[in-house]
Structure formats: C-alpha cells, structure tokens
Design a protein around this ligand. Sequence first.
Ligand code: PHE
Length: 448
Amino acid sequence: MEKREQWGSRLGFIFAAAGSAIGLGNIWRFPTRVGENGGGAFVLIYLLIMFAIGIPVMISEFVVGRKGQKNIVGSFTSIKNTPLWYGVGFMGVLSGFLILSFYSVVAGWGVSYIFKFITGTFTGNVDTTEIFIGLITDPIQPLFWHLVFMGMTTYIVLKGIGGGIEKYSKLLMPALLGLLVLLAIRSLTLSGAWEGVVWYLKPDFSAITTETILASLGQVFFSLSLGMGAMITYGSYLSKKEDIPVNALLISLADLFIAVLAGFIIIPAVFAFGFEPGAGAGLVFMTLPAVFEAMPFGSIFGFLFFVLLTIAALTSAISFLEAVVAYFIDEVKWDRKKATLIIGTIIFLMGVPVSLSQGGITIANIDFLDLFDNITALVFLPLGGLMTVIFVGWVWGGKNALSEIEQEGVKFKLGNAWLFLVKYILPVVLFYILASGLYPVIKDYLPF
Ligand code: PHE
C-alpha cells in the first residue's frame, strides 16, 4: 500500500489545522453573530459550548481520521462499512461544497478591499456603507473577486499538503495575530468604544433563547471547522506519535483567541461609529474601513489587514477543498489534478447565485448566502458532529478510540471523562439543541 502523505512536523500540523479553524468564521462570522444575538450572552454560551462540545468533537474527528487514514467517507467506512456511515461522510462532502461556495464569495469581497485600500477608495470622509453595498450589489465585480479567490484556493490544493498547505500556513498565521492586536488597541481607544465593550462582555440572560443556543453551537462548529470532516481529513495525515487531545486544545484556544480579539476590534468600533450591531453580514466590511479612516496611516493598515484576512480565509478554504478533493481521490479514484480542477470549478459556479442574490438577482427572493450558511452551520455541521460522536462512542467503540489516541507513549489524562462525554452526554445534548433550535423554524411544515 502506498504510504499516506504526512505533515512535515508537529508545528506544521498545528498551523495547518489552526489555519483551517481560523478564518472568516472568526473575523467575519463571529462578530456578526454576536451582534445579531445580543452580545455577552451569546459569547458566554459560545465559551461553554466550545469547551464542553467543540473540543471533544474535534478530538473525535482527529482520531477517526488518523485511524481511518483516509478522506471523510473512507475514514468512516474503513472502520464500519455500511451505507449509513458512507452517507454521514457524504453529508460532510456536501457541506464542503455548500460552505465553500459562499465562503469564497465573502472572501472575494475581502480581496477586493485590498485593492480599494491601494487605490485610496477609503481616504477622506467617505460613507463605508455605501461603498460596501455598491460592491456586493454589483452583478459582475464580486464574481470576479470570487473567481480570484477560488483560483488561489485551487492552486494551493493542487500542490498537495506538504508543499502547499503547510508552507503557507506557517508563515502567515503569526502575521495575522500581530496585526489584530494592533487593531484591537486602536478600536478600544476610540471615543465611545467602552459602551461596545460592555455590550460585548456583559451577558443579558434574558436574551438567551433556544435559537441563541443553536446559533452559538453552529458558530462553534463553523469556527472550529467541525462537523464536515475537514478535521477528519487533516487527522488522516497525522502521525501516530502525535498527542491528539493536546493538539485539539491548542488549536481551539488559538481559534477562540482570534475570535474574541476580532470582537474587540469590531464591536467597540460599531458603537463608536454608530453602526447597528445586528447589521449582519456586512458589519465587518463597513465598520473596519471606518476604523482605518480614523487612524494615522490607516490606508496602509487597511491594506495589510485585508491581505491577512484573505490569507486566513485561504487557509480555511483550502481545508474545505482538500476535504472534498480527498474524497474524490480516494473513493472515486480521480487524480489530484482532475479532482481539484473539477471541484474548484463546480464550487465557483455554485457561488454565482450566492453573489448575484446580494444584488437582488435571485429566485423566489432567496438570499443564497444566508441559505447556504444557515443550512450548513445550523443543521449539517451539528448533525455531522452528532453522528461522529455516536460513531466514536457506540459504533467504533470508545475504548478502541481511546487506544488509538494512546499510542507511542501518549497519555490522555482526561480520557475517561472524554469517553463519558462522547458516549452519553454529547449525543443527547446535541440532539436536544438541534431539535429544539430547529423546531420553531420547521414547525410550520410539520403535519402534526
Ligand atoms: N473554520 C473556518 C473559519 O472559521 C471555516 C471552516 C468550516 C473551515 C468548516 C473548514 C470546515 O473560517
């Protein structure tokens, strides 16, 4: 049997997996969801869910991938070969298509901002809302940037895991961190920023509903790249001597740190400049340029920021594409080049209605960005996570999973607690959150 490609080093893996986790989910989606879901209460639930559900699920995904040594579908079916588990894996492949098609459109907006800062669009007293709306409602321009972004993603995945994914991640993640810290300082020192900080951190418990909980759960899954098999795929390139739980913890903490930091940039600025926190998908693209306008050398920082945002988005996008491509390579027997090019093209095409619907060119008034985002984050990803923990706890067997983790001297101190969670608690909790969060949405369609 041909030996599976592996990560070049431990650090390389951590950077690549953190690179998958850290992306638009942290910088764009997290502040937006905090804004829509009432601030501090959402943040608190997010934290709870991340530790109680997110990290245990991430450990489960890594271990399934490392045991299976294959793509999402193949990793499940090499442990238990039934149509059900093929289907669960395939749902992950489908999520990859759906998420990347809107992810790339949003990332494309970011890429276009790099050029807007170079050409001085944001200098002087300009209305950042107008500029943003002008961009996304244009039928052609955002499609061009979506094409550019998908092109870059496809190119890196073509190069394979060591040369492409690992090399780029190691270089760029630290740079992003530095710039975010700088921006947070600027944003926090704007006048009027404090009100935002309070709103961000002070939980208003009356704002917590089942929908808030589902929204937090969806955000945890989205942000940690869980529930679609990206982490299964990355785990399959992991060597047996790696300590999976420690890696999962480090990756999740890094992801959390960046999300919280992004919140400290966006939310105070929203209050300082009088934007609406619930303004939705465009929040980041409208508030941030306003922050840059308000700082010396703002255009240079703006330029740098969007370069790094693009990179963070790229390291995530390659993990979706890699997960989907790995399926077609292993299971459908395409070669890497064919798989990458065909899938890259399909995803580009799926992004077209997403982009056009922002300008009102659509079918039945559907905003495809919201639609794809909501079905995946609120349904497919948590459902994928639910099935993964059932798989690990009951089908493959928790004990077997634990011995896969504990090899070559690795000791999982909280192993039994993790087993208990995965077997008894998480299946129930995940099912309950999914069912109660979705019930209000689907009850009109139910016959009873
Ligand atoms: N975690 C990525 C982000 O925060 C998005 C992602 C989701 C990547 C699912 C892979 C799988 O941007």
